[in-house]
Design a protein around this ligand. Structure first.
Ligand code: M6R
Length: 610
């Protein structure tokens, strides 16, 4: 995945583009570049990151080398085709240096196009799929840049967001979108900002056009026009972004991840707000017929969102007694899933742009299923393509490691399961009311945990020295263990695996040594004794057990090496609270190891490739 920006107006474009790229760094950060339009042609600076210096930091030192210009494009990259090198960084130009383009996505037929262009004399300077766009633009150009882009779009296959410019058209940018997000912000001074995501333009404008798949935009001379790829004009209106740009900034924290961990009480309150009416009934804002006759629920998602889906499945079956399954989105679409019009498919995705989840969503729609998106991003593809949407109101999540998005997804899972359970008469109003009362009280309990970071820092100091760690739990605790292990591995780079605690003795115990931390999640009352025996199994092999437990599991104190006691919480809602100490342990372990916490190696915040 990559982040792209464009600017045309009357102010110096270089600093504005750089500022936008900084906001998009979460989308990829192995290389970056900016190109400006000048009377002498396109002038470009671009580079990969260097050892311990991020690509944008290197780029910052080069911006001053560019001449002043009021039009330009920029890119921050996460490598797919071609290594992260200076040459592979975008923007890419044609041989004459008159045309330049930035691209996010994958051009699937680029090899064929590249070979053809090479046979026609084009010299390629990168290993990327994207470079073909610049060469094709030059080939197709006959006086009209938008028309040239249209002809390029007719040739390329795959997914893309593209912004291009040419020194033959000062002040003009052309852009197109197919399966990859792209927005255009309308600035105050007859200026336009193009970007992959809204935070990149918020400092400058709140009025934003969201491009749909198959749409192009042309901006020039303070005017904007839209069309489909065939050139048929489209009318579009701006949407007003109401959330605050400051919300996307670090607000004094060293890392976005810690800020976002601390924001969870607020995010949970916001997500619940307005969804339970005065009479205690759940109001999801979804038309009643949407759920009627649903006989099965399939939750599709990736990574952390998949872990949230695992908990959703359990609660749906427990409370609503509806058969439910959770599927990894990248697997779902290839297994010819059995879904029909009585199946509710819930696509869970923080960004709403994850390619695998979108593909699963589309597959489900094709099969006639009703599709509900659970997403954090208004205007995202998932939100627009699903039949109905439930937003998590977590606010922008910038750190690659998902925290507040996960806990708010869990809150939505609780609300959805309760709604269906009461709607179908599977759960009485009183039981529902008591769960909702507890849900409302959870933010305060999380605040108690957040105030005890020092205890968790001590555990993290120990974990940070390990080469390998295991997470164990049963039932909902196992689902939380999976998420805890993902958090630790992605930012600390410590090998971490989660096991259903009962599975340890079927193989994994062979790996337990005195140097192996085992993080035991012990919150489920009915499973407590069983998990305690698994803790004993680890202790008998000299493993070190660090437990996260409910206060009534006091017997654990004698078995585990260290216990972090949670505030009192019921079995069903425990995951929303239990994950918080595990997020904090992962965070401090990564800090202790000196890692880039917000931008771990090899990862990107939003994964728009399949
Ligand atoms: O935006 P999405 O929720 O669809 O992203 C899915 C995963 O890529 C994501 O949850 C990933 O696993 C987390 N960033 C890990 O912390």
């Amino acid at each position: 995945m990559c982040g792209i920006v464009g600017y045309t107006g009357s102010r110096p474009a270089g600093p504005l583009l750089f500022d936008g790229l900084q906001k998009l760094e979460y989308r990829g950060y192995d290389s970056a570049g900016i190109a400006l339009l000048t009377p002498e042609g396109v002038q470009t600076v671009k580079n990969a990151g260097q050892k311990d210096v991020m690509a944008l930091e290197v780029l910052a030192g080069k911006i001053s080398l560019l001449p002043e210009s009021v039009t330009g494009i920029g890119h921050t990259r996460w490598a797919t085709h071609g290594r992260p090198t200076d040459a592979n960084a975008h923007p890419h130009s044609d041989g004459s240096g008159e045309f330049a383009a930035v691209h996010n996505g994958i051009i699937e037929n680029y090899m064929v196009l590249r070979e053809r262009l090479q046979s026609e004399g084009c010299v390629f300077r990168s290993e990327t799929d994207s470079e073909v766009i610049a060469h094709l633009l030059a080939r197709h150009y006959s006086g009209d840049l938008a028309e040239a882009l249209r002809l390029v779009l007719a040739e390329i296959e795959g997914s893309f967001a593209i912004v291009a410019m040419s020194s033959r058209h000062p002040g003009q940018l052309v852009a197109a979108r197919q399966n990859v997000p792209l927005i255009v912000g309308a600035g105050a001074e007859n200026e336009f900002f193009i970007a992959s995501d809204i935070p990149a333009v918020l400092k400058e404008t709140r009025d934003v056009y969201v491009l749909e798949d198959g749409e192009m935009a042309v901006v020039a001379g303070g005017k904007i026009s839209f069309s489909d790829f065939a050139g048929t004009p489209r009318a579009k209106t701006t949407m007003r972004v109401t959330w605050d740009a400051v919300a996307a900034e670090k607000a004094g924290y060293e890392h976005f991840m810690l800020k976002e961990i601390d924001e969870q009480p607020r995010a949970l309150r916001d997500t619940l707000y307005g969804r339970v009416d005065k009479s205690g009934a759940i109001n999801l804002g979804i038309r009643a017929e949407f759920f009627s006759g649903v006989s099965r629920v399939v939750l599709v998602a990736c990574g952390t969102a998949y872990h949230a889906g695992l908990i959703g499945r359990e609660l749906l079956e427990r409370w609503a007694r509806i058969p439910a399954e959770t599927a990894i989105a990248s697997e779902f679409r290839y297994r010819r899933p059995l879904v029909d019009e009585r199946t509710l498919v819930v696509a869970v995705s923080q960004s709403g742009e994850t390619a695998d989840t979108l593909a699963a969503l589309r597959e489900a729609r094709k099969s006639g299923a009703r599709v509900l998106a659970v997403t954090n991003v208004v205007g995202s593809t998932a939100a627009r393509e699903a039949d109905e949407v439930l937003f998590t109101w977590a606010g922008p999540e910038i750190a690659v490691a998902s925290t507040k998005a996960y806990t708010t997804q869990l809150e939505i899972m609780v609300l959805l399961a309760l709604f269906l359970a009461t709607d179908r008469g599977r759960l009485g109003r009183e039981d529902c009311a008591s769960i909702l009362a507890e849900l409302k009280a959870l933010p305060a309990k999380i605040e108690e945990i957040l105030a005890r970071k020092a205890e968790l820092q001590r555990i993290a100091a120990y974990v940070s020295k390990a080469d390998s760690a295991f997470f164990i739990g049963r039932g909902l605790d196992w689902a939380v263990a999976l998420e805890g292990a993902l958090k630790l591995k992605e930012i600390s780079y410590i090998h971490a695996e989660a096991y259903a605690a009962g599975e340890l003795k079927h193989g994994t115990l062979a790996l337990i040594t005195a140097d192996t931390p085992v993080l035991a999640v012990v919150t489920q009352k009915a499973l407590y004794e069983k998990t305690l025996s698994n803790v004993e199994e680890v202790k008998a092999r000299e493993g070190r057990v660090l437990a996260i437990a409910r206060p009534d599991n006091k017997g654990l104190a004698a078995s585990a090496d260290e216990v972090f006691w949670l505030p009192e919480v019921s079995d069903a809602l425990a995951p929303i609270v239990t994950i918080v100490p595990l997020q904090i342990i992962a965070y401090y372990a990564a800090v202790q190891r000196g890692n880039h916490v917000d931008k771990p190696r090899n990862l990107a915040k939003t994964v728009t490739t399949e």
